[in-house]
Design a protein around this ligand. Structure first.
Ligand SMILES: Nc1ncnc2c1ncn2[C@@H]1O[C@H](COP(=O)(O)OP(=O)(O)O)[C@@H](O)[C@H]1O
Ligand SMILES: N[C@@H](CCOP(=O)(O)O)C(=O)O
Length: 300
């Protein structure tokens, strides 16, 4: 029998960034940690999970737990399931707010399973995480850190590349007290969209990559979206109203991921202006996380 332990740290992510639906993601300086101990070759025992912080008291503590499901899926692809699994989760990412908590849980499980079997390269981890999450934008940024552009190749496997972010891009998030699940928010999207809207978003998404990297002064124009935000308004009217109010003041505000958090891609100078309009919201000035998922330690 063999036993190994790893500790994996995963960042929050804001996906879409306005026009980059299911493609763009930005890793943020807010993190979950999961410590996983796995035994191989012993008698099969039930999984043990403890949770501190966000999700404590609400997430299931058995095989339905999202990190456990992701570990199981990754171990299945790697060819061997552990006979025993023990997890200690310390969560800072709020759930169901559009800050990538599910992506962080999935990446945490996939990276932990790979580290527990001696794999440290991220090569196949992105595709594995995308197969669980169902869209590659958050998992790419969570895995790689920074600003990422994700896509699926012709065989359907997720791929991603990182783009450097201009130092003046200081993310501010306005987190509401209510949740909207990504599943519900995706259910509001239409099957098809007008060609003019698709064309407008393609142009703005291309501009956004340039604005985030080199021209923050173009961020207001670059963050305009016609593909998802207004379709989701019925599930989060307060979010849509805050985005509209912030944009009217010249601030580059978008719905973070599938919402309901609002992300403002401005400079640090914008914080007081955001706070003035976002009364009652939990307004946090964050930084871009440049590390992505990190294996803090691994013991065999
Ligand atoms: N650290 C975690 N541990 C277990 N389950 C989690 C964790 N993070 C997220 N989840 C699951 O994912 C759900 C939230 O996912 P989702 O609706 O995609 O919102 P978001 O990813 O924007 O926070 C939670 O309600 C919970 O079921
Ligand atoms: N592109 C996805 C992003 C979902 O992000 P999350 O943080 O809300 O899970 C979408 O817009 O549905």
């Amino acid at each position: 029998m063999s036993t190994a332990t790893v500790l994996v740290r995963t960042p929050a992510t804001s996906a879409n960034l306005g026009p980059g639906f299911d493609a763009l993601g930005l890793a943020l300086s807010l993190h979950d940690e999961v410590e996983v101990t796995a035994e191989f070759g012993g008698p099969a025992t039930p999984v043990e999970v403890t949770v501190d912080g966000e999700g404590a008291g609400s997430v299931p503590l058995d095989e339905r737990h999202l990190v456990v499901r992701s570990l199981r899926a990754a171990f299945a692809e790697l060819g061997e399931q552990p006979s025993a699994l023990r997890l200690r989760c310390r969560n800072a990412l709020p759930h169901g707010r559009g800050l990538g908590s599910s992506a962080a849980a999935i990446v945490g499980g996939v990276v932990a399973a790979r580290a527990l079997t001696g794999l440290t390269a991220h090569d196949d981890a992105l595709a594995a995480a995308d197969r669980i999450e169902g869209h590659p934008d958050n998992v790419a940024a969570c895995l790689l850190g920074g600003l990422t552009v994700a896509w699926r190749d012709d065989a359907g496997a997720a791929r991603a590349t990182r783009v450097d972010v201009h130092p003046d891009v200081a993310p501010v998030v306005c987190v509401p007290s209510f949740e909207v699940s990504t599943e519900k928010a995706r259910g509001l999207l239409p099957e098809t969209v007008p060609h003019a809207d698709a064309a407008a978003n393609a142009g703005r998404a291309a501009l956004l990559v340039h604005a985030l990297g080199k021209r923050p002064d173009l961020l207001l124009d670059a963050t305009a979206d016609r593909l998802h935000q207004h379709y989701r308004e019925p599930a989060m009217p307060a979010t849509y109203a805050l985005v509209t109010a912030l944009r009217a003041q010249g601030l580059a505000a978008v719905v973070s991921g599938a919402g309901p958090t609002v992300l403002v891609l401005g400079g640090g100078d914008d914080l007081s202006r955001v706070e003035a309009l976002a009364e009652g919201w939990d307004v946090r000035a964050l930084q871009v996380d440049t590390q992505g998922a990190v294996v803090e330690f691994a013991t065999a």
